[in-house]
Write a protein that binds this ligand. Structure first.
Ligand code: NAD
Length: 462
């Protein structure tokens, strides 16, 4: 896709306020593949004004018509699926097959789910002598990361539009081409001018201006804890709604009765997928001490098989950061059984699939989100010990439990402080609420729960 040199505001591509630009780099070969404008506070202000002007009309549009626009958007995404996959591969570096199945496939499913929800949701309900109206919150400022560039955009924009909100999106600086492609798709789908607006730019400039803009009623942010904390604090001070999705350190708990080989293999695949750049990845594998050595061996073998099938990390900074964590793991006494800190290729921001054994709870690699293809395997003594370790981080986004008996796995999962748990390898469900306990975030995305985040209630009494 050819990069636009403007911002998509009020239904058209408009000149940016400033002249600064952001180079888009292919992380697989370090070549510049495009250039997008770096938005200023003025660009953000223009976009927020457009979103505010479009709000009354869109909020008053019958839900069935909003649903029709979302269905049209899904159809455009389907028609442009290969282009989406190619664009994500070019700017994120993920293997093309994965881009097709996940980076293009998931947002199509999510857009479709909100076309359906917009058509069927009861925006009005009767409660005793009241009629409760579920009304849009208003103008949404959406700030998204690069790791699932289109999915994270659609997971915010589709429910916001379904609810009757209007949106200004500030996508990640590493993956703006996917965001521009999405803006084209919104336009093609016939969404009215001003309902969706795109400002590309740097986080501390355009992102911050959007998060702090008084014309924004709700800020929905996905990204690092450090930035999320600031956005939450600013939203609190302004008494405005905020949704935060901030990553995790999820536990993959393998109970003694589980099919060990399957649990380990699926667990390793889960961590290595998208080069480990997944906030819900099961980066801590918890294994009973009697099965520990066997699990470590299986995991090392599984990781070694990845070789060339794993893509690079998104940029040089992330590559350095992840290699720094691997060095730290070694320095703190964990045992490397696969991969390591050395860059496996001369070109591109690659990190080898890495597995650490003998990881203990207090180690940095057992506590902090690494965001790379790095798995830590921890030992537990009994179920209570496993639960204590699983719940022993500041995060609580996702997790997995494996057991011979489903009921046993469910009983364990119910005691975990986390927002999602996959039982014996349960599949991703685009309708299930996604979001964190503890410091993994505030609010939920996807499905019905994702829709209600963008609604507020008004009760009329009779
Ligand atoms: P980041 O939080 O800096 O960036 C996420 C988004 O926030 C981007 O659009 C960015 O431009 C914007 N942003 C940055 N500073 C901002 C500010 N002051 N005000 C408003 N918006 C701002 O994340 P990153 O630097 O790209 O990645 C760093 C780490 O964050 C990763 O290693 C990972 O641990 C975590 N992360 C988590 C997720 C997730 O899905 N939860 C996604 C990406 C990154």
């Amino acid at each position: 896709m050819k990069a636009h040199d403007g911002m998509y505001i009020d239904g058209a591509w408009r000149d940016a306020d400033g002249r600064d630009a952001i180079d888009v780099v292919n992380p697989a070969d370090e070549q510049v593949i495009g250039r997008v404008p770096a938005g200023t506070a003025l660009d953000v202000d223009t976009a927020v004004r457009a979103a505010r002007a479009a709000l009354p009309g869109w909020a008053a549009t019958p839900p069935a018509e909003r649903a029709a626009r979302l269905a049209a958007l899904r159809d455009v995404l389907v028609a442009r699926k290969d282009e989406i996959a190619g664009t994500v591969t070019a700017e994120l570096g993920s293997p093309l097959k994965f881009s097709q199945a996940v980076h293009a496939g998931a947002p199509i499913a999510v857009a479709g789910s909100y076309a359906e929800l917009a058509a069927t949701y009861a925006f009005e309900e009767k409660v005793g002598n009241s009629v409760v109206h579920h009304e849009p919150i208003g103008v949404v400022g959406a700030i998204t990361p690069w790791n699932y560039p289109l999915h994270q955009i659609v997971a915010k924009v589709a429910p916001a539009l379904a609810a009757g909100c209007t949106v200004v999106l500030k996508p990640a600086e590493d993956t703006p081409l996917t965001a521009q492609l999405f803006a084209e798709a919104v336009h093609e789908a016939g969404v009215p001018a001003g309902v969706f607006n795109l400002v590309t730019g740097l986080g501390p400039v355009a992102g911050q201006a959007l998060a702090e803009h008084p014309g924004v009623d709700l800020v929905s942010f996905t990204g690092s804890t450090a930035v999320g904390r600031r956005i939450g604090a600013a939203a609190g001070a302004a008494v405005k709604r905020v949704a935060l999705e901030l990553g995790g350190k999820s536990a993959n708990v393998i109970l003694p009765s589980a099919d060990l080989a399957k649990a380990v293999n699926v667990g390793v695949a889960n961590v290595m997928s998208n080069s480990g750049q997944t906030c819900s990845a099961w980066t801590r594998m918890l294994v009973h001490r009697d099965q520990y050595d066997e699990a470590v061996e299986l995991a090392a073998e599984a990781a070694a098989k990845y070789g060339d099938r794993i893509g690079p990390l998104v940029n040089a900074k992330q590559q350095e950061r992840v290699r720094g964590y691997i060095d730290k793991g070694v320095a703190e006494g964990a045992r490397l059984v696969a991969g390591g800190p050395e860059a496996p290729r001369e070109r591109g921001y690659y990190v080898s699939p890495t597995v650490f054994a003998d990881v203990t709870e207090g180690m940095t690699i057992a506590q902090e989100e690494i965001f790379g293809p790095v798995l830590s395997i921890l030992r537990y003594d009994d179920e209570d010990d496993a639960l204590r370790i699983a719940n022993g981080t500041v995060y609580g986004l996702a997790g997995a439990v494996w057991a011979g008996d489903e009921a046993e796995a469910v009983a364990f999962a119910r005691r975990m402080d986390t927002g999602q748990v996959d039982i014996n390898g349960g599949r991703f469900n685009p309708l299930a609420p996604f979001g964190g306990y503890k410091q993994s975030g505030v609010g939920r995305e996807l499905g019905l729960h994702g829709l209600t985040e963008y609604l507020q209630t008004k009760s009329l009494q009779f």
